[in-house]
Write a protein that binds this ligand. Structure first.
Ligand code: TYM
Length: 332
């Protein structure tokens, strides 16, 4: 039986963090054995915020290096830069004709961006979910490993796929968001508000490139309080967040012992955070060290990207000629 097709991407904006790891990269690494995987650096998507051209190459290499350091094997998957597949912008253009201004304006991530950067509400931001759809459909993916924040974008990709099929004929399967485990992951930020993210809350986000001491400092500053006063009381969200982070990197015995201490009102958050900080350091350090070494090896980074692009182009060119034919772009 042929393997199911998987596509996912990470924007080359800023540093990768624990949310990227547990929402996306951990799934990539697990999926590489049993699926036909296409993982890419979304460098076109990063242009929506107008990065300095001098930074692009380093940013792209960092995403590649951090993924390999996290366990991704570029011989088992296609690991490539989005901009290496001209078929993606071509499919994006076709899909843009099927996407409506009204529905794009309603997307919550677009509304957030309008609030965050009112001086730069460009058309690329508006059609961001259409470009994502092209990324996914260009390989006819059925599974898209992503964090919770991307769920709505994948739903739009399903809609656009259906719309294309309805108008021109069956070509694309409907992609589903994917996570090992029941639900999509949202890794919370350390300040008790929102999620870890590349662009916001530098002190509340743990980056895979953070040095040991920076990790310790950030974790020790995580929001807590003086502790519960009644047995088995409901946890405030910011305390749930600390437990959630502990769940990701500490053993279940350790997490359960703190949970019991919480329920019995004997918990000491200072001790809990010290434990979490050490477990976090032990988790991030090997990834950071490997990534730094890889990123410095430019010859290797170039070879990985070139090889990945070759693999990905094969399936992309097949899909785009089928799409052209169905649309009627087929003149000689
Ligand atoms: P990006 O680069 O913001 O994030 C990459 C991946 O990390 C996940 N993620 C999180 N998961 C859990 N908790 C968090 N705090 C957290 N923060 C980020 C994201 O859900 C994502 O899976 N638009 C995408 C990139 C993209 C893409 C695609 C993804 C472009 N084309 C096609 C899938 C398919 C983005 O900006 O992700």
């Amino acid at each position: 039986m042929s393997k199911e097709i998987v596509v996912s991407g990470i924007r080359s904006t800023g540093f990768l963090h624990l949310g990227n790891y547990f929402g996306a990269m951990r799934n990539y690494v697990k999926m590489q054995e049993d699926y036909n995987c296409y993982f890419f650096v979304a460098d076109y998507h990063s242009l929506t915020t107008h990065p300095d051209p001098k930074d692009l190459r380093g940013n792209v290499y960092r995403v590649v290096a951090e993924n390999i350091a996290a366990g991704l094997d570029p011989d088992k998957v296609a690991l490539y830069a989005q901009s290496d597949l001209p078929e993606i912008p071509e499919l994006y253009l076709m899909l843009n004709m099927l996407a409506y201004k009204g529905e794009l304006e309603k997307v919550p991530t677009f509304k957030d961006k309008v609030r965050q950067q009112p001086e730069n509400v460009n058309a690329g931001l508006l059609t961001y979910p259409v470009l994502m759809t092209a990324d996914i459909l260009i390989h006819k993916a059925v599974k898209v490993p992503v964090g919770k924040d991307q769920e709505q974008h994948i739903e739009m990709a399903r809609n656009f796929a259906g719309r294309f099929n309805g108008r021109y004929g069956e070509l694309f399967p409907e992609p589903q968001p994917f996570n090992f485990g029941d639900t999509l992951v949202k890794v919370p930020s350390l300040d008790g508000a929102g999620k870890m993210s590349k662009s916001e809350h530098g002190n509340a986000t743990l980056y895979l490139a953070d040095e040991d001491d920076a990790i310790r400092k950030k974790v020790m500053k995580a929001k807590t309080d003086s502790g519960p006063t009644e047995h088995n009381s409901t946890m405030p969200e910011y305390i749930q967040n600390v437990f959630q982070l502990m769940n990701l990197v500490s053993t279940s015995e350790i997490t359960e012992s703190y949970r019991a201490a919480y329920n019995g009102c004997t918990i000491r958050y200072g001790d809990m955070k010290k434990q979490l900080a050490e477990d976090m350091v032990n988790f991030i350090r090997p990834i950071r060290e490997k990534a730094v070494a890889l990123q410095a090896d430019e010859t290797k980074m170039m070879a990985v990207l070139r090889h990945g692009a070759e693999k990905a182009r094969e399936s992309a060119s097949r899909t785009i000629s089928e799409a052209r034919k169905l649309i009627g772009i087929n003149y000689y």
